[in-house]
Design a protein around this ligand. Sequence first.
Ligand SMILES: Cc1cc2nc3c(=O)[nH]c(=O)nc-3n(C[C@H](O)[C@H](O)[C@H](O)COP(=O)(O)OP(=O)(O)OC[C@H]3O[C@@H](n4cnc5c(N)ncnc54)[C@H](O)[C@@H]3O)c2cc1C
Length: 234
Amino acid sequence: MQAKTHERMTVEVKQAIKIDERFYKVEEIRKLTEDTFSIRMPKGRFKFKAGQHISLGIHGDYQSREYSIYNGENDEFLEVLVKEVKDGYFSPKLSNLKPGNLVEVNGPFGKFRVDEKKIDDHKFVFVASGTGIAPFRSMVRTYPDMDYQIIHGVRYGYEAYDKNEYDPKRHVLCTTGDKSGDVHGRLTKYLKKETFDKSTQFYLCGNSNMIFDALEILKKKGFDRDQVHCEVYF
Ligand SMILES: Cc1cc2nc3c(=O)[nH]c(=O)nc-3n(C[C@H](O)[C@H](O)[C@H](O)COP(=O)(O)OP(=O)(O)OC[C@H]3O[C@@H](n4cnc5c(N)ncnc54)[C@H](O)[C@@H]3O)c2cc1C
């Protein structure tokens, strides 16, 4: 009888530990623009592959949303990049978080990852709209020597999140709302006129309209579908 009680208690304690492990204390909020910020948490024992995402909740709130992991695999912290959607349910709540608040992290999830076997002898083109740059920062921080190019589409130049972390020769900023980018216009305009190595691996991340347009352009350029990897945010 006593042994059974002990067994049950052990299970309960283990479950409590497991539940606790999903909660992380917000360590730092970094404001990048008026409506975009990053949330940093201690990484603890969390393991992931660059490009994957987490499901993020707020302690006491029933809902959660997906966010790409913004830091590299070897960083000591876990970070996400969030744009506050004005009429959204969850992102405005995230924007009110303060250091010390508890968030719930589940994951990692997803197969949007680089094939490590291809890193040494392939070119990588990362195509991002808005906060869709998040998984690419993780990939570049994890594999700094990879042969990559980022094509980032935003409205205004100040939305080039953490641009100074990338090699300027590898980062093309396309701006539609001002002329501060390398290209004035949509990123698809740049994608259309550029030529790429035949074995390039393409990664597309962001809103579905951009991804559908980019897929069409790459198809017309003759790239196989299995060279193109997609992560749709909305
Ligand atoms: C796999 C995956 C990874 C994601 N990673 C990120 C990330 O790294 N950063 C991030 O900010 N969002 C990311 N998102 C989107 C995120 O999960 C939420 O949808 C977003 O924060 C809006 O939530 P909300 O509750 O405020 O809006 P909701 O009330 O759920 O309203 C959703 C609407 O908000 C708009 N929207 C959603 N995401 C964005 C966005 N990023 N930029 C502009 N408008 C948007 C769309 O119009 C969408 O229909 C990701 C989504 C998926 C599926």
